[in-house]
Design a protein around this ligand. Structure first.
Ligand code: FAD
Ligand code: NAP
Ligand code: SF4
Length: 670
């Protein structure tokens, strides 16, 4: 057994978990309407079948006031119990265990009924909450307890009480949001009374043999958050009040320190749970950026935690646990922590999925069934679209030939993986390489497919990607004007002062590539926490220290023609991290720019009425892309047999999420 600690059973007294993997709570968008519960049941059942020890649902509010958004998930009425049995039965039928998460949004609620300990508006919602009266606080505790009882009636194995991430309970705990002067505010003792009473009364109501997980905010990462000694005292009280497990929460949603994005080092916050280990006796769960078995094993073997929580990695691969147990780690489809299809969707009120696994949360709709008629299929281009398509086709039993003109698979991912903080993209390529080998795909590397080579196939899929858009201004033919492909793939030399033309996702990535030292801080927890201002000694309140970014490797200007500050169109939950990273590296970001010419002086631009010369050594062009459809034209009208996917289909606003989903969906129906 390669991961003995990960697969050691965990005895909770009244039940024994088969391994140390907790599937952490993650809202999918299927929780909000009972009519979606069959889909939710299929989603959880698939993960239970994959062997995960214990799962937690997305958050359910214990009252209307606790809703995240109007009509969002809630378990507070008797008639809301029965639909949940579809979920618990499906999970139990697969031998799994599942807890319901109880989440009261407090002032993070996106509706006018919101309540909080005090009338303090959050910076991330437009609504000012009403301060709960003392009776209101009592009623809210009752709501939590009643919700747990209903979860028990619905067949759940337990509940998780959400006490972190800046939601209602966390709001009671911190001076930042609790300005009360009654028995629920003021002293530490008073601020901590709310969660302690919830757990104490809940345990009395549900009896001994029911799991209660308390998600404890171990690091608030906001001004006037909790001090470490307060958090330790709370953990001890929560244990005494009857919790079964304590899970780790890191950072409020309004914190300015990233906690889960791909540039956070793997297991970047396990050190916080380790500090708590000496303080309590009940099992502790650690979390954040744990995505591969060796990382989990290392934490558990070192005794830093008793379980690891993973949510997104189990979205990416429902069989993660089974593959780890069977020592098939190369088969794991690794979560790259991009947030693009999971959290970004949730924050946009869309159903979650996964960039590397479009079946996630669509298990009943995107079915990969064996093909009834086995065909010979050629796929041209081994970028994300072609890889997803070819491997899914082969999984269904088709005979697949995959043509790739480069010497390696991956397409643009071979550039993405070189960006500091995007090292996880290597994992996706490792996963596809393994599937190509396992599923018997004939891979022709270094082969630029021609129409002649593609004769005789039953179907032809063109996944030939994009070509970078060139710019044509006076001087753009000079040798110091290069494209992002030259820089990222071909090692073009870049001077100390650089202008980047185009500030989309690639412009931002190239800027990070040029300013970050190598290796990047992502590979080192101590360097990364220093950069972002996290106090690893835990001496400072809420874990906040002064950020100390390392010096930039170059002086960079990042430019766009559209008005406004660059970076507005970056992804919802990660864009701010990219903007903050470049600001810390003193990158000058300019919008509303027109490009005049490039000469010996540098890049001449006009910003508003002002003409400027940026005295740069190198200009890197990141001005978007055009579809590469050269082959398609050669097939004329043979549309039934020839299919375009990914960037070859539509280059505008293309990302790997669309490329992989389109490739998978086409393969599921051919
Ligand atoms: P491509 O990846 O362009 O692949 C096309 C492939 O076809 C290439 O390998 C090419 O060599 C091959 N090919 C072309 N013609 C032929 C032929 N005639 N014969 C054989 N082979 C041929 N997306 C995200 O979602 N998230 C990110 O964080 C992200 N970061 C990125 C960072 C960088 C630096 C870059 C450059 C891109 C990033 N992207 C990201 C974009 C993402 O990589 C693309 O959307 C995705 O690769 C498009 O996939 P594709 O398969 O359509 O095309
Ligand atoms: P993009 O987001 O479309 O950005 C292209 C940039 O070039 C824009 O800033 C555009 O803005 C500028 N531009 C367009 N035509 C130009 C011209 N003729 N001359 C000068 N400037 C021009 O495309 P991208 O940055 O190349 O990225 C491609 C795709 O990869 C994106 O859709 C993105 O989703 C994906 N990607 C995602 C991530 C991620 O982290 N999620 C990272 C990298 C890439 P102006 O016209 O205002 O100048
Ligand atoms: Fe992980 Fe990205 Fe998939 Fe979310 S979308 S589960 S972050 S790979």
């Amino acid at each position: 057994m390669r991961y003995p600690s990960l697969f050691a059973p965990l005895d909770l007294g009244f039940t024994t978990l088969p391994n140390r993997v907790l599937m952490g709570s993650m809202h999918t968008g299927l929780e909000d309407r009972a009519r979606d519960f069959d889909k939710l049941a299929a989603y959880f059942a698939e993960r239970a079948r994959g062997g995960v020890g214990l799962m937690v649902t997305g958050g359910f509010a214990p009252s209307m006031a606790g809703w995240l958004t109007p009509f969002a998930s809630r378990l507070s009425m008797p008639w809301q119990v029965a639909p949940h049995r579809r979920i618990t039965r499906a999970v139990h039928a697969e031998g799994g265990r599942i807890c319901l998460q109880i989440l009261h949004a407090g002032r993070y609620a996106y509706h006018p009924l919101s309540v909080a300990p005090s009338k303090v508006k959050s910076p991330i919602t437009p609504f000012t909450p009403r301060a709960l009266s003392a009776r209101g606080v009592e009623r809210t505790i009752d709501d939590f307890v009643a919700c747990a009882r209903k979860a028990q009636d619905a067949g759940y194995d337990g509940v998780e009480v959400m006490g972190s991430e800046g939601y209602l309970i966390n709001q009671f705990l911190a001076e930042r949001t609790n300005r009360r002067e009654d028995e629920w505010g003021g002293s530490v003792e008073n601020r901590q009374r709310f969660p302690v009473e919830i757990i104490r009364r809940m345990r009395a109501a549900v009896g001994r043999d029911f799991i209660i997980i308390y998600r404890l905010s171990m690091l608030d990462l906001v001004e006037r958050g909790q001090a470490w000694d307060e958090i330790v005292a709370l953990a001890k009280k929560i244990e005494a009040a009857g919790a079964t497990l304590i899970n780790t929460g890191i950072g409020w949603h309004e914190a300015r320190v990233p906690t889960i994005v791909t540039s956070v080092p793997r297991a970047g916050f396990a050190w916080v749970t380790r500090r708590m280990k000496a303080e309590v006796r009940i099992p502790l769960v650690t979390t954040n950026r744990i995505n591969m078995p060796e990382v989990a094993e290392r934490i558990l073997a070192a005794g830093d935690a008793d379980m690891v929580s993973m949510a997104r990695p189990l979205l990416a691969d429902p069989e993660w646990v089974r593959k780890a147990r069977e020592d098939r780690v190369a088969d794991i489809n690794t979560c790259i922590a991009c947030n693009q299809a999971c959290l970004d969707h949730v924050f946009e009120n869309r159903r979650a999925s996964c960039l590397v696994n479009p079946r996630a949360c669509h298990e009943t709709e995107l079915v990969i069934a064996p093909a009834t008629v086995k065909k010979r299929i050629a796929v041209v281009g081994a970028g994300p679209a072609g890889l997803a398509c070819a491997t899914t086709l082969a999984e269904r039993g088709h005979a697949v030939t995959l043509f790739e003109q480069a010497g390696e698979i991956g397409g643009q991912f071979n550039m993405a993986k070189r960006i500091p903080g995007k090292e996880e993209f290597h994992e996706t390529l490792r996963y596809y390489a393994r599937r190509i080998e396992r599923d018997g795909i004939e891979l022709r590397l270094g082969t630029r497919a021609t129409p002649e080579q593609l004769q005789g196939y039953d179907e032809v899929v063109l996944a030939t990607g994009v070509t970078p858009r060139a710019i044509t201004i006076p001087g753009s033919e000079r040798p110091n004007v290069v494209s992002y492909v030259d820089v990222l793939l071909h090692g073009a030399s870049v001077g100390a002062r650089v202008a980047i033309i185009g500030a989309g996702g690639i412009g931002f990535d190239v800027a990070e590539f040029l300013v970050e030292p190598s290796p990047s801080p992502t590979t080192d927890v101590a360097r990364w926490t220093r950069e972002w201002g996290v106090d690893m000694t835990l001496g400072a309140r809420a874990g906040l220290a002064k950020p100390a970014p390392e010096a930039p490797a170059r002086e960079v200007w990042l430019l766009q023609r559209s008005p406004g500050k660059p970076g507005k169109r970056l992804n919802k939950t990660t864009g701010w991290v990219h903007r903050a990273t470049l600001a810390a590296k003193r990158v000058t970001m300019l919008g509303g720019v027109s490009y005049e010419r490039i000469d010996d002086e540098g890049l001449h631009i006009r910003a508003g009425d002002e003409a400027r010369v940026l005295a740069v050594d190198t200009v890197v062009v990141c001005a978007g892309q055009e579809p590469n459809r050269a082959l398609h034209a050669a097939f004329g009208g043979d549309a039934a047999r020839v299919h375009l996917i990914g960037g070859a289909d539509v280059a505008a606003e293309l990302d790997a999420k669309r490329a992989i989903e389109q490739g998978t969906r086409l393969a599921a129906r051919l």
